[in-house]
Write a protein that binds this ligand. Structure first.
Ligand SMILES: *Cc1c(COP(=O)(O)O)cnc(C)c1O
Length: 380
């Protein structure tokens, strides 16, 4: 939360009255985050994960700071190119691509692609001849609040074969990637993946294929309710693992922060629409906001991400509440299994501030479910 955001919200309220929930992102915080990453891992190139927040103002700022970009679709590639950043600063990091989208990206100048199986390698070889590819390895998501499961990556035993196939088809077998799970609270989690990566480097070197890059992925956390280790703690842990496993042959490295780059730069202002109880004896109040799972807070799924919520009555006595969104869908409940303490004095109509919402909110917002407009966003 910054004074700049609070001033903006006050001015917005005074100018146009009530206007529904909105996200406000402070670019100064994004700039600070970029510098923290660049400082913590000075030899790694930063590829911002565009999906976390593709607002043109965020992309323009990062392009100006010298960032590169990790894109998941041709549309994201075009959004980055619109900033003036050149195609050599973009990787197409999604392992699941239509062949015609690979071809479109190739025509736009993209030469760096992620793969995790031979079928995808074959598509890239046909649609982007001669391009560089890196193979995504499966990675345990332990320690992450938003683990990425087994959807992306292949077993470490399979990765060498995928890269050999790329080499045989005339692509450049460039390196390896992994993602330790989003909101990863344990800086030690990169170590196991780096050990596996170093073994694959050696294995392929013996077969005449020289890899040159390790993509360390995202996973760097933002602060929600619990405090998280500082970016430089991640930097130290990763550097020491690189030294341990690669010795004096440390490869080129890439990081792909999404949440860690923009999460703490954004605050959502929402309004309390209703407070009620389900029976006279019910110890838990239900607090309904004008934003829920369909309005941008999809990461409350399974109550995984727990956002800090500030109210005008903070400091008063609290009691556990169920927090729900405004739509007519019963899954639109944010916190129920673990009720959320909110002030007893909180009233209908109060404005609340949901912190740490700069990442993974606006683009998750439905286009108009139940007639609620998509989440508004202001980047200041
Ligand atoms: C989503 C994603 C990221 C960003 O992850 P965060 O945990 O938000 O930092 C990085 N790399 C890839 C390939 C991704 O899909």
């Amino acid at each position: 939360m910054t004074q700049k955001i609070l001033d903006f919200l006050r001015a917005r309220r005074e100018q146009n009255g009530d206007d529904g929930p909105c996200l406000v992102v402070d670019l100064d915080v994004v700039r600070d985050n970029y510098r923290l990453f660049a400082h913590a891992l000075p030899d790694a190139r930063v590829f911002y994960a565009v999906k976390a927040n593709p607002d043109p103002a965020v992309l323009n700022l990062l392009a100006g700071l010298g960032s590169c970009f990790d894109c998941a679709s041709v549309t994201e590639v075009e959004q980055v190119l619109a900033t003036g950043a050149t195609a050599d600063r973009i990787s197409f990091g999604n392992t699941i691509k239509k062949e015609r989208d690979i071809a479109r990206a190739y025509r736009l100048g993209i030469r760096l692609f992620a793969v995790d199986c031979e079928a995808e390698v074959e598509k890239v070889a046909r649609a982007a001849p001669g391009a560089r590819v890196f193979c995504r390895m499966l990675c345990e998501g332990a320690g992450a609040e938003w683990p990425l499961s087994r959807k992306f990556g292949c077993d470490v035993a399979m990765a060498p074969r995928v890269l050999e196939r790329a080499h045989a088809l005339g692509l450049v077998a460039h390196g390896l990637s992994f993602h330790v799970g989003s909101q990863q609270n344990d800086p030690g989690m990169w170590d196991g993946a780096l050990r596996a990566a170093s073994m694959i480097f050696r294995d392929l070197a013996e077969r005449g294929i020289t890899l040159s890059m390790v993509n360390l992925g995202g996973g760097f956390p933002t602060r929600y309710l619990k405090s998280v280790p500082a970016t430089e703690v991640y930097g130290h842990a990763i550097l020491s693992s690189l030294r341990k496993h690669f010795g004096n042959a440390i490869p080129e490295t890439i990081i792909e922060p999404g949440r860690g780059m923009v999460g703490n730069a954004g605050v959502i202002e929402a309004e309390v629409v209703l407070i009620s109880r389900k029976s006279d004896e019910d110890p838990v109040r239900w607090v309904y906001l004008d934003i829920g799972k369909f309005g941008g807070l999809a990461e409350t799924m399974d109550e995984m991400i727990r956002y800090p919520i500030r109210t005008p009555q903070d400091g008063d006595a609290t009691e556990p509440c169920v927090i729900a969104g405004p739509t007519c869908d019963s899954v639109d409940v944010l916190y129920e299994k673990v009720p959320y303490p909110l002030p007893v004095s909180l009233e209908i109509g109060a404005k609340v501030l949901i912190e740490g919402t700069g990442a993974y909110t606006t683009t998750y917002s439905a286009v108009g479910f139940n007639g609620f407009p998509p989440l508004k966003s202001y980047v200041i």
